[in-house]
Write a protein that binds this ligand. Structure first.
Ligand SMILES: [Zn+2]
Length: 253
């Protein structure tokens, strides 16, 4: 690991903090500039700069507001750590030789982590983020020549038709319209045939989580499970290891 990677980890922590503000603003439909959390959500006391340092601020204050002593939700430091780790992993996996590709994959990482947490909190995928991301991935893949046009079209149609049919067929009970949009993002990001790897790992991770939850009694058959985080994890695995996995699989046949 080099200094660059460590710097990107800390930048990621900062973007994690920013993502929690974006999530809050989107959910409460507040407009305006996305400034950081500046007040305690409980007592509304203005926070110092030191309290706002991602992760470390929460640790220093022992996960409590230092004014009203109420517990600070663990969601904030967890989101920040996941974002930091995502930025670190992405910077290691993408060569610094291709700065535009690194920047693109960092944006993808930011969006994936933000939407995953939004889905976990509110069982919803906000259009304000998903629709521009569909456009971004489509434009970058096409004009950046990341995939052949035919690979893009097939990669896009498979998840959109598959999720679209499940959505319409179940009246939105098996999965939400947001999952169809995630499918479109995955299709443009991964192209054909890698989209299959992404969907496979998304389903695999989701199934493992559900199985463990059902066996341990933490979940029952009616518990709504946000599917987004699993799909995004599957897409991330396919993005960086998909070609190796497909090559390994074909080698077995
Ligand atoms: Zn407080």
């Amino acid at each position: 690991m080099q200094l660059f990677h460590l710097i990107l980890f800390f930048i990621g922590l900062g973007f994690g903090s920013f993502a929690s503000v974006v999530i809050h603003r989107l959910h409460t439909r507040q407009k305006g500039i996305f400034l950081g959390r500046s007040k305690c959500p409980k007592c509304k006391h203005k926070l110092d700069a030191i309290d706002l340092i991602p992760v470390f601020g929460a640790i220093i204050n022992k996960f409590k507001c230092k004014y009203c002593k109420k517990k600070i939700s663990l969601h904030y430091p967890i989101l920040e750590l996941v974002m930091g780790s995502g930025f670190l992993a992405t910077s290691i996996l993408v060569s610094f030789d291709s700065l535009w590709l690194l920047l693109y994959y960092l944006i993808i990482t930011f969006v994936f982590v933000l939407l995953s947490f939004y889905d976990i909190f509110f069982q919803e995928i906000p259009d304000e983020i998903s629709v521009p991301t569909i456009i971004l991935t489509g434009v970058v893949a096409y004009f950046g020549h990341l995939h052949e046009p035919k690979s893009l079209l097939i990669g896009f149609l498979i998840p959109v038709l598959f999720f679209g049919l499940l959505f319409v067929g179940s009246g939105g009970r098996w999965l939400g319209g947001g999952d169809v949009r995630i499918g479109a993002i995955m299709g443009f990001l991964l192209g054909w045939p890698n989209i299959i790897t992404g969907l496979f790992f998304g389903y695999l991770l989701g199934s493992i989580y559900s199985a463990i939850g059902l066996i341990s009694g933490k979940l029952n058959r009616k518990t709504p499970i946000p599917f987004g985080p699993f799909l995004f994890s599957g897409a991330y695995i396919a993005l960086f290891w998909g070609h190796d996995i497909i090559g390994w699989y074909l080698g077995l046949m």
